[in-house]
Design a protein around this ligand. Structure first.
Ligand SMILES: [Ca+2]
Ligand SMILES: [Ca+2]
Ligand SMILES: [Ca+2]
Ligand SMILES: [Ca+2]
Length: 193
């Protein structure tokens, strides 16, 4: 009797796991090379220029362990919150360091504007003014991080609506923004703050 030999499921898994999923210089499914480089740097634990599923899983497991503060093998809501907050803070600090091109620990208006697309310089200027809470003409990391707070989202919204940058939103500006398909709800897509 001829019985079809079933391939053990575990074998399929291990074959799938050993295949490199991302390789340096490969065409990354529409992802930009900067993203790819960071991705590989983050997960390529054996430094061979390729990232395997195993490496990703190992990194995920390590991240889980790190987030599981009381080490009980599960993530409680508070642990997840703390983890997300620390990742967010880390992300903001990294972004701040990138924008702070002279490395003096403060963002000047010019540095902040440079981080924006050229077309959004006006928005960046308005946003800078709103975020600079102590009005010293520079953004500290703390002021910069506040751009990500609920209040900061309102600032983004305001800066986008106030297209002439005079610090108030006229009826014309308001309705123009409504007509624009980016719309007032379209915040968040600019400059990556
Ligand atoms: Ca836990
Ligand atoms: Ca600076
Ligand atoms: Ca300031
Ligand atoms: Ca205005």
């Amino acid at each position: 009797m001829l019985k079809q030999q079933a391939i053990p499921f575990t074998l399929i898994i291990s074959l799938a796991l050993s295949a490199p999923v991302f390789a340096r210089g490969g065409h990354g499914m529409g992802m930009d090379s900067d993203f790819m480089a960071k991705f590989i740097a983050q997960y390529d634990s054996n430094q061979d220029g390729t990232v395997t599923t195993e490496e990703i899983q190992a990194a995920r497991a390590a991240e889980f362990q790190q987030a599981d503060i009381n080490a009980n093998g599960i993530l409680e809501l508070q642990e997840l919150q703390a983890d997300m907050e620390s990742k967010q803070a880390e992300h903001q600090a990294t972004r701040f360091a990138q924008i702070d091109t002279d490395g003096n620990g403060q963002l000047s208006v010019a540095e902040f504007q440079d981080s924006y697309p050229r077309t959004d310089t006006g928005i960046a200027t308005t946003l800078f003014g709103l975020a600079d809470q102590d009005k010293n003409g520079a953004l500290s990391l703390e002021e910069f991080t506040a751009l990500r707070s609920p209040e900061g989202h309102v600032w983004h919204h305001f800066a986008q609506l106030d297209s002439d940058g005079d610090g108030v939103i006229s009826a014309a500006e308001y309705s123009a923004a409504k007509m624009d398909n980016r719309g007032p709800g379209g915040m968040g897509g600019h400059g990556g703050f």
